[in-house]
Design a protein around this ligand. Sequence first.
Ligand code: GUN
Length: 292
Amino acid sequence: MQLLDGKVLSAEIKQEIAAEVAQIREQGGKIPHLVAILVGNAGRSETYVASKMKSCEEVGMHSTLIRFDDDVTETQLLDAVQDVNTNPDMDGLIVQLPLPKHINPDRVMETIDPAKDVDGFHPINIGRMAKGLPAYVSATPQGVLEMLKRYGIETAGKHCVVVGRSQIVGLPMSILMQRNTYPGNCTVTLTHSRTQNLADICRSADILVAALGKPEFVTADMVKEGAVVIDVGLEKVPDVSKKSGFALKGDVKFDEVAPRTSYITPVPGGVGLMTICSLMQNTLKAARGEVY
Ligand code: GUN
């Protein structure tokens, strides 16, 4: 079993991005600028966005955080998105999800200029990705592809089972893994909460992507010997043995699953770190006008 080490890979990628930004700076070019809109301060959004902004700083990019209270109206939020769309200094825009219930997230995503949609959530980017055209790809699936590529994992002809059909991870992951390119060319099964015989299907996976958001859901009996296991989950669960009172768990019961695998991502220290790298790679592409 080999660990797919997000710490090592993300440090490597950050260095590459920092070197590219330094070169842009030396040549007097446009420094990439990522803007994040955060509404309220509920859940883990605050931490996620802070970490995105800090990573930009670390690689020498510009970043701006625009904050709104929970009671912001949809119109106010859409106006803020339009302001970023029309600001030539701002290259990439993310609106952190989830949004309060009175705001329609689809309307917000569809208002972002597809050329600045570095999260890859706009239907135009999803459609272009599905067609294999240049597009911004959702950061987590893109991070998974980067991991498979950098570890040189063979994917062609393999059975890839994705557990979870979220718009952000499961669905794009399944589309990407079936494309006629590397990493890809897999036979893909996209499973979800209504799937029958889920354990059997998982056991037939050469590459298993767990992205359902249920701590330690995937157990050893659901994994084929020698499979590649990618754990996208990250949840806080109570743990009295820890000083903080909680532990971070993925969707895979790591200790019992790991010995059966050829490669597996740890949690934390796996896919999560790759997600932020993808976002910065996309922002760099946006500043250079590489996608549109
Ligand atoms: N909420 C959870 N993950 C993400 C993400 O990748 N982007 C945005 N905008 N919101 C999220």
